[in-house]
Design a protein around this ligand. Structure first.
Ligand SMILES: C[S@@+](CC[C@H](N)C(=O)[O-])C[C@H]1O[C@@H](n2cnc3c(N)ncnc32)[C@H](O)[C@@H]1O
Length: 198
């Protein structure tokens, strides 16, 4: 069985549309087979996004790691007028993200990158619903590695379920970030880390 983050060219396309509303904004995202949460907005991603929007009401330079079809990054860009880079390893997800960027005419860019492999520059915020199924070491690589791509005092927002090891991951990251649990929703823990300047 292939995982949603693997590229499977033989998987037939069946485009579909996913609705999302925030305040007066309405979105219809293009989705397809072979991407994460292809039929509906993921509950954890929605909780993460909305915690971020509650926290941050200004335009920023943002990196969305593991963007899927682009839900988190595109909404942030539209609502806060932020510049957003979006990365993923799934080519089909990136194709969808590019189509969704064009549809909403946001100031954003999507490109292939395994964690930060193809990322350069630094960001005010890195946000991620990390790929738990890729394994704990990849998740730690993404969360811990964000440090090098954040400005001084930059912020890392992420979501992990309690039963997926949220508290042990928090502990590991505390060496590099001041971490706060900013929301808890149906077992999803939303964390905000502020970079400790070294
Ligand atoms: C939990 S999903 C979140 C998707 C999207 N942000 C959303 O909210 O719907 C994690 C995403 O990370 C991507 N991913 C998996 N391994 C990755 C890696 N090594 N580097 C970057 N992204 C990766 C997956 O393809 C998937 O789209």
């Amino acid at each position: 069985m292939s995982h949603y983050f693997e590229n499977d060219r033989n998987l037939k396309s069946e485009f579909r549309s996913i609705s999302y509303k925030y305040d007066s904004f309405s979105f219809e995202f293009l989705s397809d087979n072979g991407v994460f949460s292809k039929d509906k907005i993921d509950y954890g991603s929605k909780a993460l996004l909305e915690s971020y929007l509650k926290d941050t009401k200004v335009s920023e330079k943002v990196l969305d790691v593991g963007c899927g079809y682009g839900f988190i990054g595109i909404v942030i860009s539209k609502i806060n007028n932020s510049y957003v880079d979006m990365i993923d390893v799934n080519k089909r997800a990136l194709h969808l993200t590019k189509k969704n960027i064009d549809k909403y005419e946001v100031n954003a860019r999507a490109f292939e990158s395994d964690a930060y492999e193809n990322v350069s520059g630094v960001y005010d915020t890195i946000i991620t619903n990390p790929p738990i199924r890729a394994g704990k070491s990849k998740v730690i690589e993404i969360l811990s590695g964000a440090y090098d791509y954040l400005k001084d005092d930059g912020k890392l927002f992420f979501v992990i379920r309690k039963d997926q090891g949220a508290l042990s991951i928090k502990k590991i990251l505390e060496e590099k970030y001041f971490i706060e649990l900013i929301d808890r929703d149906k077992g999803f823990y939303i964390f905000k880390g502020v970079k400790k300047n070294g």
